[in-house]
Write a protein that binds this ligand. Sequence first.
Ligand code: PYC
Length: 331
Amino acid sequence: MKKTFSCIDAHTCGNPVRVVTGGLPFLEGENMFEKRQFFIKHYDWIRRGLMFEPRGHDMMSGSMLYPPHDPENDVAVLYIETSGCLPMCGHGTIGTVTVAIEEGLITPKVPGRLRIETPAGLVLVSYIQEGEKVTSVKLTNVPSFVIAKDLTINSGHLGELTFDVSYGGNFYAIIEPQENFGGLQDFTAEQLITMSRQLRKSINEAYEFVHPENPRINGLSHIQWIGRTLDEDSHGRNAVFYGDKAIDRSPCGTGTSARMAQLYSRGKLKAHEPFVNESYIGSRFTGEIIGETKVGDFNAIIPSIEGWAKITGYNTIFLDDDDPYVHGFQV
Ligand code: PYC
């Protein structure tokens, strides 16, 4: 059997976003979180086929658009990537909005604004369109909060490390420069990947992280290494590890949200101050704390993230059962 998927490929500040526009499966569920569970149970082969080699690569990520459940909203999004289906993805949202508006996939109820249902909750977006191009997308992310501070772990490669864990749509261990770690600038992407994989495993063995309002969001999935900025006008720089072999080429929307929540909780970032965050390759998002709230007993921020994306082309992809690698592979 051969299945055909129409895709529009794009990148957000360097990180790929493959928006699947044709061949989407019907998903059961009352909201995007339930639909995500249904997709994982019945259709994960689509994700693997479209994200893994030979049709994708270690950094590949993407999205699928569905009708909203609440008629007040414009669209619902399922995120897919090499590690699974993230509850929320910032760079994925910026890329998806750029593709959806430039290609006319959705008609916003209010031009320049979108209300997007994601598995992690409602995400509000504003965008700037100049002619046919979307030049900037700003999203209000889900409430972000620090769940644990000053934890320690024997990291294997670097010895003992101290870190905070913060939620920005995914759980992040944030490793700031310290005695055994001088900053991400001292390491190649390859080295960061090797260290992160072991570190994530050790942290998940030693600690448990559960979202206080949705226990099905749990476990540390991402490591965020902090380091010196490339541009003196920037306020931060990260290298975000996700999946098994990926270092985000963008500054990572959920990662930047988690980082702002951490800086805020440590009194190092105030509400309404711009936070220009660089990625491993030097591309930039501008974050801002636009409000404060509570998640369970935790003090949380409402972060906004602004960035840009570019469409790279159209892609018609076959998943054909006569191909031994129809569902992809990882090496
Ligand atoms: O931008 O939130 C993000 C993201 C998550 C994983 C890769 N990018």
